[in-house]
Design a protein. Structure first.
Lengths: 375, 150
């Protein structure tokens, strides 16, 4: 009984054919979706068990009735879809239906046509399943996305206001201590000069930190949608921003081929700028040589930024990505230590990873991966 | 380049609500060789009244340069900027937006509202002096200013 083809010649039905038909009927009756078979006007000729399960109506309740009564007020997916059956044999839509007890539930509905040999539509078949859970999940998703978006906006506003409003009192402290130093120069002792020096230095550093926090907070909160980005163009922009340093250090920049990919364009510029800026800054005695390129590895683009600078000891490979962590004193190299934190946040926002390989005294290569397909 | 293109002391209008910054600007201008007149108003409404010579400002001079802070009480600096640059009698006056904000959206907005330039107030006072003096030098000695259109 492994051949389900039934000849359907009236005189040739056999017990085997009957058995096959009975199997077909069982399959339809117990199908996971509710099934209604109607004539071409929507009058119900047959329903399966799942229909009863979902709607509460027994077969006897509905036979002969027009299926309009099943649809919630104002919605008649059936009459909307019927005319379209001439174009395609299947039409799908979301709708709402009534149960016998009056309650409503959300459905995913498919309407199809049964055609005779002469290609005339003889019956309509409606299949539907209860997609309330899916509906709720989707509503929850929308609600959470709105909430997240609102929360992000609040955060960004907070960061902006905090940094902006902090800068002004900072300036007052720094500027007036300097004014005092100038105005009373010679009239104050050496200690006073030193004290004022520390005060001003503190204020200046605070300002740099506040600016960095603002930049960092914006990576997460000011999200522009991903679009097709030519990473070579982003790199060129970053190099343009760094042209003074490149000129001063007599740096050599080598560019491999770079792909076009889905990303946030301005964040990509920032990413390149921070990594290459670092490569130039931590150059040691040699004039810097920076290589940038990318390689496709499975479903990711793996970018690299390679320098011939001072290198990083392996025990610090993780620490350098933390906020304001520095491996050198300010006298040796300037900076607040937020550059790599920003890089990491940008890369992770794109669904990628960032890591490095390095040899002290020889150079460092930073790698970051960006998935090829980004939502 | 000591020669003032105006041949007379220039009139600065400083629109700034922070007395600390007002004093700093005064100190910075004081240290400059060429003496100029600094007029100060502390909010946007006063600024417009000054420029329109209304009320107590009926004898106010027409400023040669306006130094405008963005964050002002009552009428916000951006509104003042927009008003100045859309008034045919005032829009020729150079407006230097001088503010503590480095926020890009403020920079873009200011230029879109036709600010002549945008300067951020530095934390370091020496730099602040340099900034104010540069404004003075650039706008009053290097640049050609329109002769007052009353």
């Amino acid at each position: 009984m492994n051949n389900f083809d039934i000849p359907l010649e009236p005189e040739t039905y056999t017990r085997t054919d009957l058995a096959k038909l009975q199997i077909f009927e069982k399959v339809l009756k117990g199908n996971v979706e509710a099934i209604i078979i109607t004539d071409t006007h929507g009058n119900i000729e047959w329903v399966n068990n799942t229909f009863t399960l979902l709607t509460g109506h027994s077969k006897a309740d509905v036979l002969g009735k027009n299926l309009y009564f099943l649809f919630a007020d104002g919605q008649n997916a059936y009459s909307e879809l019927c005319p379209k059956l001439n174009e395609t044999n299947h039409q799908q839509v979301e709708s709402w239906m009534h149960r016998k007890d009056g309650s409503e539930f959300s459905v995913e509905l498919t309407l199809s046509a049964v055609r005779s040999d002469a290609d005339m539509i003889t019956h309509h078949v409606l299949e539907f399943s209860d997609n309330t859970e899916f509906h709720h999940a989707r509503e929850e998703l929308v609600r959470r996305t709105k909430e997240l978006s609102r929360s992000n906006q609040e955060l960004e506003q907070f960061a902006y206001v905090a940094s902006h409003d902090l800068q002004e009192p900072l300036r007052m402290v720094a500027s007036y201590t300097q004014l005092i130093a100038q105005r009373y120069q010679g009239k104050l002792d050496a200690d006073a000069d030193e004290f004022i020096g520390y005060a001003v230095d503190g204020a200046t550093r605070m300002q740099a930190i506040i600016n960095d926090l603002l930049v960092l907070s914006r990576v997460g909160t000011r999200n522009t949608a991903f679009a097709l980005v030519d990473s070579k163009a982003a790199l060129d922009k970053a190099l343009a921003n760094l042209r003074l340093v490149i000129g001063e250090t007599d740096a050599k920049i080598i560019c491999g081929s770079l792909p076009t990919l889905n990303a946030d364009g301005s964040q990509f510029i920032q990413l390149f700028q921070n990594l290459i800026g670092n490569a130039l800054k931590f150059r040691g005695d040699r004039s810097p040589c920076v290589e940038i390129g990318a390689e496709r590895q499975d479903e990711e683009w793996v970018f690299y930024v390679r320098d011939n600078g001072i290198g990083i000891a392996p025990e610090y490979f993780e620490r350098i990505f933390l906020m304001f962590q520095r491996l050198h004193s300010k006298r040796e190299y300037p900076g607040t230590g937020i550059g790599l934190t920003i890089c990491k946040k940008i890369v992770e926002r794109h669904g990628g990873r960032i890591w490095l390989a390095s040899e002290q005294g020889k150079g460092t290569t930073f790698y970051f991966s960006i998935p090829v397909s980004l939502s | 380049m000591d020669m003032d293109t105006l041949g007379r002391p220039a009139d600065f209008l400083l629109v700034e609500d922070n007395p600390g910054d007002v004093r700093l600007t005064q100190e910075a201008l004081k240290s400059h060789k060429v003496k100029n007149n600094l007029h100060v108003v502390i909010d946007g409404e006063e600024a417009i009244a000054f420029l329109r010579k209304q009320g107590k400002y009926k004898d106010a001079p027409r400023p040669d340069i306006i130094l405008l802070d963005l964050n002002l009480p009552k009428k916000d600096g951006r509104e003042v900027l927009a008003e100045i640059k859309s008034d045919p009698r005032l829009k020729a006056i150079p407006v230097v937006v001088i503010t503590s904000s480095e926020a890009e959206q403020d920079i873009i907005k200011s230029y879109n509202l036709n600010a002549n330039c945008y300067v951020t107030k530095p934390v370091n006072f020496d730099q602040f002096i340099k900034v104010v003096q540069s404004i003075n030098d650039f706008w009053l000695t290097i640049v050609k200013l329109p002769s007052g259109i009353e």
